[in-house]
Design a protein around this ligand. Structure first.
Ligand code: PAF
Length: 284
């Protein structure tokens, strides 16, 4: 049975669990992508905790903190249906009883790509993730691969700060038309959604190219076409990066890369990515 708990209730629940605990950290507005995270959490741990908290620290001035979708009742329905054991949905004063003086710095990796577009975003993400880990004390935490840079930074958080939490991840879940699921998709009009499909098309183009340089060029060409055809589409970046460091791949790169994409469609900023592995000039 799903229990909704405050910090004290969470601590009591944690004490009572004898097996392993998986945490699924979320900001709510749950969709099928989150449900995959829950399913994965059930596979790898005895008990599943979910946090639902729209974290003000990771939103910049003028971003969508105020209008970020919030529907706790609908989220709890999903948690109950999916057998989440405990839901921790603190309000702001419970999570941040006072303005934090000390926060986590995401370092260089936190200042590129999404971090360049959203200064301070990853410091805010890592700070709240560290706080959630402290409160839930999970054995493992499950994140979506859709936020590839966030995932890479959370992996660094736990290794660099010796947090003792294993990080697991789940591949991007896409709608039938190819658009990656995101709580922000609900901001899109039907026309904008159609335009946004340039992102998965760019990934397909990259997958059919051979070699790192060709893959990035193919993605950029697809997105440049979208910009020409749709004035509401504006590309932020389309770059192939080394998966571990988020530095740009040289043209002859070999190994694990991520093609990271971000674009604005109307007023909505969307991100997408694809993991690509390069061996010589061929792509696996
Ligand atoms: O990915 C998210 O939903 C958020 O960034 C997270 C990890 C829950 C931290 O607020």
């Amino acid at each position: 049975m799903t229990r909704v708990v405050d910090t004290a209730g969470l601590a009591r629940w944690r004490e009572s669990v004898t097996g392993s605990v998986a945490l699924v950290p979320t900001m709510g507005a749950l969709h099928d992508g989150h449900r995959r995270l829950i399913a994965r959490a059930h596979e790898i741990a005895d008990a599943v905790a979910m946090s639902i908290f729209v974290n003000p620290l990771q939103f910049g001035p003028g971003e969508d903190f105020e209008r970020y979708p919030r529907d706790l009742d609908a989220d709890l329905e999903i948690c109950r249906a999916d057998g989440v054991d405990v839901v921790f949905a603190p309000d702001q004063s419970e999570m941040y009883p006072r303005e934090p003086e000390v926060t986590v710095s995401a370092g260089r990796m936190g200042t590129v790509f999404e971090g360049a577009a959203r200064p301070g975003h990853f410091d805010g993400v890592l700070t709240v993730v560290a706080k959630l880990f402290q409160r839930v004390r999970p054995d493992v935490a499950v994140f979506g691969q859709k936020d590839a840079q966030q995932l890479a930074l959370v992996e660094r958080l736990v290794t660099d700060l010796d947090l003792g939490v294993r990080i697991d991840s789940v591949p991007i879940v896409r709608d039938a038309d190819g658009l990656a699921l995101s709580s922000r998709n609900r901001y899109l009009s039907a026309r904008e959604r159609e335009t946004a499909l340039a992102l998965p098309r760019a990934i397909e183009a990259a997958r059919s190219a051979s070699g790192a340089q060709a893959a990035q060029d193919a993605a950029r060409a697809t997105l440049a076409d979208a910009e020409r055809q749709h004035p509401e589409f504006s590309l932020d970046y389309a770059t192939l990066v080394d998966r571990a460091t988020f530095t740009e791949c040289p043209p002859d790169f070999r190994g694990d890369a991520v093609l990271v994409l971000a674009a604005r469609v109307g007023a909505t900023r969307l991100i997408d990515n694809a993991s690509l592995h390069f061996v010589g000039q061929s792509l696996l």
